[in-house]
Design a protein around this ligand. Structure first.
Ligand code: ADE
Length: 249
């Protein structure tokens, strides 16, 4: 009898836990979320497939933190799970990116004002590159309010010089080519390139969940990209985390 009561109580409290409205925080790699996890209080884990969701509080605000894995499919899958299994009110992506704008250097920060999937190509049918079938625009637009909150936090952590707002493009490619990066800048006026943001945006839009992407530049997406990326990965991932943490102060 006591065991049944304990089981019911556990199930009830887990249900309450799962139904609390939470802000989702997503990074693609361990290094993009590991600086956040020790700051969480009242943490519980839930695993779905091979995705671990850390459900807890960040500075007393209910959050759910997870690693999506690299690439658009992983980002779309994670966003779908967040939207359908948890009561998520907004999504903040934190991580690193290659620079597309020639004026950006490693450690500069880009806050997304638009996200485009640069590897979508239906040009054979007369569509502009990046435009998905059934959509009017190739740009997915983040929440203005979250963009402003992220900008304010970034300015207060790093100062205005290091921070810019603009288009971030995503594709299932690590860009390490001068010509390709010049194309992304010219075609999309992209400030940064990464591998998840626009996929997260497409799914979040589908569920009407506001989102923003915070990216610190780790490399210049040119011939030296893989070397600079390896060297800068940790520092730049933590730079984005410091902005995210400032948003929760
Ligand atoms: N993330 C960090 N650097 C990148 C690059 N050069 N291309 C794609 N994603 C990245």
């Amino acid at each position: 009898m006591f065991r049944i009561f304990a089981l019911l109580l556990t199930l009830f409290s887990f249900n309450c836990f799962a139904s609390v409205a939470r802000i989702a925080i997503v990074g693609a790699m361990d290094v993009e979320i590991e600086g956040i996890l020790p700051k969480l209080t009242n943490v519980k884990h839930e695993t779905i497939g091979n995705h671990i969701f850390y459900i807890g509080e960040l500075n007393k605000k209910p959050v759910i933190v997870t690693k999506s894995g690299v690439g658009k499919v992983n980002a779309a899958l994670t966003t779908t799970l967040l939207a359908s299994k948890f009561n998520v009110t907004s999504i903040i992506f934190t991580g690193i990116a290659g620079a597309c704008s020639p004026s950006l250097e490693p450690m500069d920060v880009v806050i997304s004002t638009a996200l485009v999937q640069h590897d979508v190509d239906l040009t054979a049918f007369g569509s502009p590159i990046g435009l998905l079938d059934g959509y009017e625009n190739r740009e997915f637009l983040p929440s203005e309010s979250l963009v402003n909150q992220a900008l304010e936090a970034a300015h207060s952590v790093l100062g205005e010089d290091k921070v810019t707002a603009g288009t971030i493009v995503s594709g299932d490619q690590f860009i390490a080519d001068k010509k390709k990066v010049a194309f992304l800048y010219q075609e999309f006026q992209a400030k940064a390139v990464e591998m998840e943001g626009a996929a997260l945006a497409q799914v979040a839009d589908n569920f009407n969940i506001p989102y923003v992407v915070i990216r610190t530049i780790s490399d210049k997406a040119d011939g030296s990209a893989s070397l600079t990326y390896d060297e800068m990965k940790n520092t730049t991932a933590y730079n984005s985390i410091s902005i995210l943490l400032e948003m929760f102060k």
